[in-house]
Design a protein around this ligand. Structure first.
Ligand code: AMP
Ligand code: MG
Length: 644
């Protein structure tokens, strides 16, 4: 008997970004849903559904704009310094909130406070500073024009006037307008109520302990936050296991109770296509796009079921966010009555070629630094599975579907994630070390937040050479001279000594092949054991140079497993995926691994002798000097003397 063919409905037809958007909008026809009458104190950020006309005048009566005296302008027409006019005071003082009782007759004046209602008979106000008390009255030595210092009824807002137009996003100023004419509520578009579901057996809610092979649900919380930023009420309904019945039930309940449903995960080819199958029974027309030529974000699924959008975002967090912002948020904003998001763009210099897939619109995240002639865009490519690239990036560059790359040394348009960017005072590009976080933390305490990009030593030196960063942390061993870092400086550069980190063999405590031996014996034992599995390091890293020296040409099992960080090496050993590797001592200790010291490595900072911002550079050196104790406590040794 042949086994049943697996469901292969997905990605039958990949749509372009624009085709997918058109199909989604044609089926959904996104528009505001209904309106709510909302109280003044809850109106901020809401969108007016109807024009609001003023029910009363503001101000509601003629009032004095100054402290002074309500008078008849005709009485003072001839007043001058040489011939002041004398006015008798009426037996009344008009304060705010008290209606006047007496008429201002010719030859008289009534004291009035700012905001006080004008009394009958008066047509102007003379400021108190322009009068002199005289007997039972005042002397005025200048003429006053009719209407002077009077705010007339309706002069600010006239009854019946359209105060606020529909579509206005309400902020503090709009609230002030409504309150001034006595309105305590306003009709605004209802916020679409959107249910968020994360799917996957591997998901654990943040705040809970992580099981083996599990990961935290990051999509759920980030989608909720992004929905709120786009005018929706978001409810995270939690995590649903990869189980057809559970998913079907959760999806049906969410669809019935909300205006839209956003799921994530379960759309990529592989362990069944549970989410898209669950959507099939929800209502017409159903799925309108499954598979969109976007990178990241190909496995996006867009559906409309009984007039409500049902979207399955790709599982990988970066893909989920890009597809949400590109194709889902615009439709939801229309449903929320919000105007399209205004995107801020800047032009930046692209120093390195940016490769891209032909046939897919690709969004490449970039971090910006200040270069010699304006902004520089550094790609922060960590793949669509990474969450941190989002946090490091300032925005993204769009590579059209028909381009296979963006050429180096060109100007590119960067769409910013936020409304503005402020160039960081200091850009640090190169090799990362946990000790660096301590130093930079001290700068941050003083309000200086440097931009840090971990590219490895070589990438950092190249960026420094192009003057696209201020500091390049490096740990490069020159195999010929056996010295670190100095041989790699270009003319005009200098080295700020950092610290030494002990590199060595990491292994699980109690491993008899290694424990208690010296590195040479341990290595011999490991190489002799055909079961021993190592974990390597990426080419270009200082640790790799050291490792290759130690191995002397041997290529044991696991050598080609080459992660790019000390943490990854230690994690592989701690989790039993490898038995040994090379990493720095603090990382080995943090994971409770055994450690056999092999060599001291120098981690220093390459800088130009004439820095772009000498003050920021001094602040860095001060922070470095102040960190000695903290670094020692972390297991780093002070740099041995000043090297050229
Ligand atoms: P899937 O589309 O379910 O095959 O998921 C693709 C990848 O995204 C897998 O590595 C998942 O573990 C990951 N993933 C799925 N859902 C989430 C989530 N809510 N948060 C973080 N990662 C996720
Ligand atoms: Mg999944």
């Amino acid at each position: 008997m042949t086994p049943p063919a697996p469901a292969q409905t997905q990605f039958l037809r990949i749509l372009s970004r624009d085709e997918a958007e058109a199909a989604f909008h044609a089926a959904l026809r996104p528009r505001p849903l209904r309106h709510d009458d909302v109280a003044l104190d809850a109106l901020s950020g809401r969108v007016l559904a109807r024009d609001v006309a003023a029910p009363v005048d503001a101000p509601p009566f003629d009032r004095s704009m100054v402290d002074g005296f309500a008078i008849r302008a005709a009485d003072l027409a001839e007043a001058s310094g040489a011939e002041p006019r004398y006015l008798t005071l009426n037996a009344e003082i008009i304060a705010c909130g008290t209606p006047p009782a007496l008429t201002v007759l010719p030859g008289t004046a009534t004291a009035i406070a700012t905001g006080g209602p004008m009394p009958r008979g008066a047509d102007a106000v003379v400021m108190i500073e322009q009068t002199d008390p005289e007997g039972a009255g005042i002397a005025v030595s200048r003429a006053v024009a009719p209407g002077a210092h009077v705010g007339f009824a309706g002069s600010d807002i006239a009854r019946g006037q359209i105060l606020l137009r529909r579509g206005t996003v309400i902020g503090a100023r709009e609230v002030a307008m409504l309150a001034a004419v006595g309105l305590d509520r306003a009709p605004v578009w209802a916020r679409p109520s959107v249910a968020v579901l994360s799917t996957g057996d591997e998901l654990v809610a943040p705040g809970q302990p992580l099981r083996p092979a599990a990961i935290y649900d990051s999509n759920g919380p980030v989608v909720v936050a992004a929905l709120r930023e786009n005018g929706c009420d978001a409810v995270h309904l939690g995590m649903i296991p990869d189980d057809a019945d559970a998913l079907q039930a959760a999806l049906a309940a969410a669809h019935a109770a909300h205006d839209a449903v956003i799921l994530s995960g379960g759309t990529s080819k592989g362990a069944g296509d549970l989410t898209t199958e669950a959507i099939a029974g929800l209502g017409a027309p159903g799925i309108v796009a499954h598979g969109v030529a976007l990178k990241p974000g190909k496995p996006l699924c867009l559906a409309v079921c009984d007039g409500k959008p049902v979207v399955v975002l790709p599982g990988f967090p970066t893909s989920a966010m890009f597809t949400f912002h590109e194709l889902v948020a615009p439709a939801l904003r229309l449903m929320a009555g919000l105007p399209p998001r205004t995107e801020a763009r800047v032009t930046a210099h692209l120093p390195l070629r940016l490769p891209s897939d032909l046939g897919r619109t690709e969004f490449a995240m970039v971090a910006l630094t200040q270069g010699p002639d304006g902004l520089v865009a550094h790609a922060v490519a960590k793949g669509s599975g990474a969450v941190s690239s989002f946090a490091q990036a300032d925005g993204f560059v769009t590579v059209p579907a028909l381009a296979d790359s963006l050429a180096p040394d060109t100007q590119v348009q960067v769409t910013l994630f936020g409304p503005t960017i402020t160039a960081p005072p200091l850009a640090v590009i190169g090799s990362h070390c946990i000790g660096l976080d301590t130093v930079l933390g001290r700068m941050a305490d003083r309000g200086l937040v440097p931009r840090v990009l971990a590219t490895g030593s070589q990438g950092g030196l190249a960026a420094l050479q192009r003057r696209e960063c201020d500091i390049a942390p490096i740990h490069l061993l020159d195999p010929d001279s056996g010295t670190y870092n100095t041989p790699f400086l270009a003319p005009g550069m200098r080295l700020i000594p950092g610290w030494r980190r002990m590199q060595g063999i990491v292994f699980r405590k109690g491993d008899a092949r290694v424990a208690g031996r010296d590195p040479t014996e341990a290595l011999a034992a490991l190489l002799a054991d055909t079961d021993a599995l190592m974990v390597g390091r990426n080419a270009g890293s200082g640790t790799r140079v050291l490792l290759d020296r130690l191995l002397g040409g041997a290529r044991p099992q696991g050598y080609w497993n080459q992660p790019a960080s000390h943490n990854a090496v230690a994690a592989a050993v701690a989790q039993g995926r490898a038995d040994w590797g090379m990493a720095i001592r603090p990382v080995a200790e943090a994971m409770d691994l055994g450690f056999l010291p092999v060599a001291d490595e120098h981690y220093d900072f390459a800088v130009w002798q004439d820095p772009r911002d000498p003050q920021a550079m001094t602040a860095f050196q001060d922070a470095l000097a102040a960190s000695t104790e903290a670094l020692t406590a972390m297991g780093f040794a002070p740099a041995s003397g000043d090297r050229p």
